[in-house]
Design a protein around this ligand. Structure first.
Ligand code: G6Q
Length: 543
């Protein structure tokens, strides 16, 4: 079968021509020509309000983008993922994070097995542990109640749990402490256990493979720290360590009873695993009921993505806008700007989700792409960012599409805080879109020489995502919205969004250098001269 090149598709070519036509059209003009634009270019689904009117698009742009999605076979890509086809071709795996939130009774068959009952069996086992830890029935080796839970994991086995814990902290059990250790830098572990009592501390060792260097190093350090608290009694491990993994053999070899192991499967990618047993720390923090509400939110968005026509489909729309800026305006980045302090780790989480998935340079067939793939995602919560990097978004030389995320109600009503917060979101997107002309600046009495510095060109695009309230359910919807947007982008770009060979490379390289740094005898170094020299310097600085 000959694969059509993306850049040869009729819709792509039409978009190029269309871009040439409208690339200078100002949002100000688009709004003045269509008085209803701000009410028209809005998509409301599942209680999520997406205002996409402040994008540099016309109805024709949208029509062509939807046509591109059709030409790329997006519908059949979606069906293949939900069906459990092995769409992660380079690893020959199904991609079924959607099965993690499928309700009981649904059936999704992978390699002849219905996976939904397995998913629910693990969820039930997690709930049992979570109830016992939260209620105090699960006690430590000396009979003390568990007060501290530390998740040890990295990448996909860390970013989801940290983000979800921070996002849902309001719903968490407040008399417990939750910490997360990821970095192999010993500082991360040392600070995480500061002032904690081993007798009250449960470690959740989260690793799909159970071989990741950082996690295994931290896990061994955790075991030493814990054992020290019990005079080295190995029987204590069963009370203070549980594992989340796909690798029972390695879990047993580490010394964790596999009865305390929570399973997941190779069809769950690391960065898509926060709904699997990798979410154990989240479930202990917020309780099984809230965890299930979060899963229900994910599932609602899955169903929306699977069934809504593209024109009314939130993830599809968000994705196509990203393709529009990335491939036609040559925008290099997307800023994600949540106006909610609880979402402070969302940008970091999305960086992995988006860039590890779509940071690819070859098509599924292995041909070098001749278009841009994933933009760089970055961001910080508002209003903090306004006092630093927003300067560049407003007046710099680059086009940075922004996603503003805001909630109608705050979880912490305090005087005027929330009104002021929301006023800031709206003011920012307004200023970015419409700017300030030299005339307006002059009218403010600005001296002539200063005018150019105070001019805002505007025409800087943004989406505003508004949701009534941050809850486990709406968090689930929001994350699934981005997951499926990433999927859609990958389908358009014809890349494997589910492998991560770049990450695998790093895992292998460091393993080679560790013994060269540690060896007591001068090692024979066979790297390039720079790497050799750095290794020698590190050995020297140790003394
Ligand atoms: C995720 C990536 C990566 C992975 C970590 C941890 O998609 O593959 O971030 O999650 O490297 O891997 P383990 O869970 O196997 O320790």
């Amino acid at each position: 079968m000959t694969q059509h090149k993306l850049t040869d598709r009729p819709a792509w070519k039409a978009l190029q021509a269309h871009h040439r036509k409208i690339r200078r059209t100002h949002l100000k003009r688009m709004f003045s020509q269509d008085k209803q634009r701000g009410e028209r270019l809005v998509l409301e689904a599942l209680g999520i309000h997406l205002d996409y009117s402040k994008n540099r698009i016309t109805d024709e742009t949208l029509g062509l983008l939807f046509q591109l999605a059709e030409e790329c076979g997006l519908r059949s890509h979606i069906d293949a993922m939900f069906r459990g086809d092995k769409i992660n071709r380079t690893e020959n795996r199904a991609v079924l994070h959607t099965a993690l939130r499928a309700p009981k009774g649904k059936s999704i068959v992978v390699d002849g097995h219905d996976v939904v009952p397995q998913v629910h069996a693990v969820l039930d086992k997690m709930a049992d542990l979570a109830h016992r830890v939260r209620g105090g029935a699960w006690t430590g080796h000396t009979g003390k109640r568990i007060r501290n839970v530390i998740n040890v994991g990295i990448g996909g086995s860390d970013l989801g749990p940290v983000m979800a814990y921070e996002a849902l902290r309001h719903y968490s059990q407040r008399d417990m402490t939750f910490r997360f250790v990821s970095n192999v830098d010993g500082t991360d572990f040392a600070e995480a256990v500061q002032a904690l009592d081993p007798a009250e501390t449960l470690f959740v060792i989260s690793s799909k493979t159970f071989t990741t260097l950082e996690t295994m190093t931290n896990a061994h350090t955790a075991r030493d720290w814990s054992l020290k608290g019990f005079g080295g009694d190995p029987a204590s491990v069963a009370k203070h360590f549980v594992a989340v993994s796909t690798n029972a053999k390695e879990v047993a070899a580490f010394g964790i009873d596999t009865a305390n192991m929570f399973e997941f499967w190779d069809w769950v990618g690391g960065r898509y695993s926060m709904d699997s047993a990798i979410g154990l720390s989240t479930m202990i923090a917020i309780g099984p009921e809230n965890f299930h509400l979060m899963l229900a939110g994910f599932h609602a968005m899955d169903e929306h993505f699977r069934t809504a026509p593209f024109e009314r489909n939130l993830p599809v729309l968000l994705a196509l806008l990203t393709v529009w800026y990335t491939d036609f305006f040559d925008a290099q980045t997307v800023a994600v700007l949540p106006y909610d302090q609880y979402l402070k780790r969302l940008p970091a989480y999305l960086q992995q989700l988006t860039m590890e998935s779509n940071g690819k340079h070859v098509t599924l067939e292995g041909a070098h792409v001749d278009y841009n793939t994933s933009p760089i995602y970055w961001g910080e919560p508002g209003t903090n960012g306004q006092h630093s990097f927003y300067q560049l978004i407003h007046q710099g030389t680059r086009l940075i599409p922004c996603d503003f995320i805001a909630f109608g109600q705050t979880l912490n009503p305090l005087g005027r805080h929330h009104d002021i917060l929301l006023a800031n979101v709206f003011a920012q997107s307004e200023a970015l879109a419409f700017g300030k002309t030299p005339k307006q600046v002059e009218a403010e009495g600005t001296p002539e020489w200063l005018v150019p510095h105070r001019v805002f060109e505007g025409n800087r695009p943004s989406n505003t995502i508004m949701i009534k309230r941050l809850t486990p359910e709406t968090l689930g919807m929001l994350i699934a919205l981005y997951e499926h947007s990433v999927f859609t982008q990958g389908a358009i770009w014809n890349i494997d969004s589910f492998d991560q060979w770049g990450v695998e490379l790093g895992k292998a390289l460091a393993q080679k250098i560790v013994p060269e740094i540690e060896s007591t005898k001068e090692p024979k170094l066979k790297h390039d001269s720079s790497t050799n020299n750095l290794i020698r310097l590190a050995r020297h600085l140790k003394q």
